[in-house]
Ligand binder design. Structure first.
Ligand code: SAM
Length: 283
């Protein structure tokens, strides 16, 4: 009998992947975790039935959640990553020699343990000596962290249902603002603009971020296994503008080979379709 993983992208649209094997399934304290293997996407895992990471297209998400900010401020030294239990975001960050410290605050220790076992490709750099993995609610961490400390905060969260809900609140964004340095940047995964359910959350998150940060823009990437394939990230900062302050001459000196991100794409990613600009109230 054929096995298929199916995710509801909208009330009327479903996305399916043919499965070779179910490798693991459990209910953790916070969410249901499923790990599956497929011919097309390699191994992948879902939380509460929603796609998180596939071996085939994770490079797109992780390139785009890390490198645009690093090209805008090459002096980033202290980084906070919230969520991101698979380790892919940390993997990309550790490629920068200039980064001194990465605190990764993930609420669910089971996600980290299972990814270490099943996804060495994303989790391998969690052992880097600059990385401090903390199993705790990110909401609590940003409330208690020192003010004016982090140069970059990356919110690599689940969707705004379940444990990820608070990571889309004004209070959370305000606390992020407080603990960022004057040149600080906040990057968040900002959902999809296409299907209504996701577009509503995308817009709500951007509205709140714009109430807190003087500079706040959305940028996009094509991620085949996320709803509609069209995904947005938020770039917010106190001072630095992603288009004006990007310094790719310096960024290229890092000598990083990236499979998705490049200097031309950096600018293209911020050029949003008209319907998305309208959703964001930018036209
Ligand atoms: N790339 C993924 C996506 O957008 O589908 C996100 C991946 S990452 C696995 C998301 C992580 O955020 C999960 O492991 C989840 O446990 C974590 N998370 C959710 N709420 C959290 C919170 N309040 N504090 C810290 N981590 C949280």
């Amino acid at each position: 009998m054929e096995l298929w993983y199916t995710e509801e992208w909208s009330e009327f649209t479903r996305f399916s992947i043919k499965i070779d094997e179910q490798l693991h399934s459990e209910q953790s304290e916070f969410q249901r975790i499923d790990i599956l293997r497929s011919e097309e996407y390699g191994k992948f895992f879902t939380l509460d039935g929603l796609m998180m990471v596939t071996e085939k297209d994770e490079f797109i998400y992780h390139d785009m959640i890390v490198h645009p900010a690093m090209a805008v401020n090459p002096e980033i030294k202290n980084v906070l990553v919230i969520g991101a239990g698979d380790g892919g975001t940390v993997r990309e960050l550790t490629r920068y020699k200039s980064i001194e410290k990465i605190d990764m605050v993930e609420i669910d220790g089971r996600v980290v343990d299972l990814c270490k076992e099943h996804f060495p490709g994303t989790s391998s750099k969690l052992e880097d000596p600059r990385v401090n993995v903390v199993i705790q609610d990110g909401l609590k961490w940003v409330l208690e962290a020192d003010r004016n400390y982090y140069d970059l905060i990356i919110v690599d969260s689940t969707d705004p249902i379940g444990p990820g809900e608070g990571l889309f609140s004004t209070e959370f964004y305000q606390n992020c603002y407080n603990i960022l340095t004057d040149n600080g940047i906040l990057i968040n995964q900002n959902e999809s603009p296409y299907f209504d359910r996701y577009a509503k959350e995308m817009r709500r998150a951007q509205d709140k971020i714009r109430n807190v940060f003087p500079i706040a823009l959305a940028y996009q990437a094509h991620i085949p296994t996320y709803p509609s394939g069209h995904w947005l990230f938020g770039f917010a900062s106190k001072k630095l503008h992603p288009l004006v302050d990007a310094n790719h001459e310096l960024w290229l000196e890092n000598g990083l080979k990236t499979k998705y991100y490049n200097p031309q794409l950096h600018f293209g990613a911020f050029a949003l379709p008209n319907y998305v600009k309208e959703l964001l109230g930018d036209v």
